[in-house]
Design a protein around this ligand. Structure first.
Ligand code: OMP
Length: 273
C-alpha cells in the first residue's frame, strides 16, 4: 500500500485510527473460549465491527507468540482475514524487530513475503545494516521506533549528547539517509505531547504511528495540534481502550462505539487542515 493510497483512505473515511489487536485470552469475553480458536474469533468480530471507523490494524506479535504455535496460526489467519475482507486497511505487524543484516533479511522475508503485511515496527538500535533489509522491499513500510510512549523513553531516547542533540533526534536525522517518506514512518508516543513540534522540524512530511491514546492517557488533540500535517501524517493507535470495551456478549458493538467516538474526534481534526 503506497503513501497516496494511505492518504486517500484517511480523507475518504475521515479517520486515521489504527485498532490495535493486542488479543489476550485472559481479557477477551470468556464465552469465546469454547471456540476452536478463541483469539481469531475475537479478532474477526472486532475487525468486522470496527472496520468502518479505522484505516489500519496493528496486531502486536507478543500477544500471538505468547500462545505458542497456535498463536502464530491465529496471527496468520488474522492477516489473511484482513487481506481478503478489508484490502484497503493498512496492516502493521508490531514486532519491533531489527538485528544484523543477515538476520534482518530473514525477519523481512517472514513478515513481508510469508505473512504479507504492509509494514513492520523496527527498533533502530543496531543501525543502518539492521534496517536496510526491510527497506529493500518495494511497496512495504518500515516503522522505526523514534520516541516511545513509555516512561523508559527517558533512559536513552531523551538523553542529550554534548551538542544538545537528543538520541531520538539522532535516530530521525540519520534514518532519513536510509529511507524516505514513501517507505518509512516513525513511532512517536501520544504521551510525548509537545515533543511532536520538535519531531516535525526534522521529519515534516513522514507519517507517524502514534500509540498511547486511551489506556496510556495520551491526548489526541495535543498530538494533532503539534504533529498533524497537510496530508494528516498521523496514524493513531488504540488497543485496550477499544478492544476490551466490554467483556459481555456486546463486546464487538462496544468496541465499535469506542472506535466511532475516536473517529468522530479525528474527523473534527481533519476538518482543520
Ligand atoms: O510500537 C508500538 O506500537 C508501541 C510503541 C510505543 O512507544 N508504545 C506502545 O504502546 N506501542 C504499542 O502500542 C500498543 C498500545 O496499546 P494500548 O496502550 O492498549 O492502546 C501496544 O501494542 C504497544 O506495544
Amino acid at each position: 500500500m503506497n503513501r497516496q493510497q494511505i492518504i486517500e483512505q484517511i480523507f475518504s473515511k475521515k479517520t486515521f485510527l489504527c485498532v490495535g489487536l493486542d488479543t489476550d485470552l485472559r481479557k477477551i469475553p470468556q464465552f469465546l473460549l469454547k471456540e476452536e480458536d478463541p483469539a481469531f474469533e475475537f479478532n474477526k468480530q472486532i475487525i468486522d465491527a470496527t472496520a468502518p471507523y479505522c484505516m489500519a490494524y496493528k496486531p502486536n506479535l507478543a500477544f500471538y507468540e505468547s500462545m505458542g504455535l497456535k498463536g502464530i496460526a491465529t496471527f496468520e489467519k488474522t492477516i489473511n482475514y484482513l487481506k481478503e475482507n478489508y484490502p484497503n486497511h493498512f496492516i502493521i505487524a508490531d514486532a519491533k524487530r531489527g538485528d544484523i543484516g543477515n538476520t534482518s533479511n530473514m525477519y523481512a522475508k517472514s513478515f513481508f513475503e510469508d505473512f504479507g503485511v504492509h509494514s513492520l515496527t523496527i527498533a533502530p538500535y543496531m543501525g543502518e545494516d539492521s534496517v536496510k533489509p526491510f527497506l529493500a522491499y518495494q511497496g512495504k513500510w518500515v516503522i522505526l521506533l523514534a520516541l516511545t510512549s513509555n516512561a523508559g523513553s527517558a533512559d536513552f531516547q531523551l538523553t542529550e549528547d554534548a551538542h544538545g542533540e537528543r538520541l531520538f533526534e539522532k535516530v530521525l536525522r540519520k534514518s532519513t539517509e536510509w529511507g524516505d517518506k514513501n517507505n518509512m514512518m516513525y513511532v512517536v508516543g501520544a504521551t510525548q505531547g509537545k515533543m511532536f513540534e520538535d519531531i516535525r522540524k526534522i521529519v515534516p512530511d513522514h507519517f507517524l504511528l502514534v500509540p498511547g491514546v486511551g489506556a496510556q492517557g495520551g491526548s489526541l488533540q495535543e498530538v494533532c495540534k503539534y504533529g498533524m500535517t497537510k496530508e494528516c501524517g498521523l496514524i493513531v493507535n488504540s488497543s485496550r481502550g477499544i478492544i476490551y470495551a466490554s467483556q459481555g456478549e456486546d463486546f464487538a458493538q462496544a468496541a465499535a462505539e469506542k472506535a466511532k467516538a475516536l473517529q468522530q474526534e479525528m474527523a473534527i481534526e481533519l476538518e482543520k487542515i
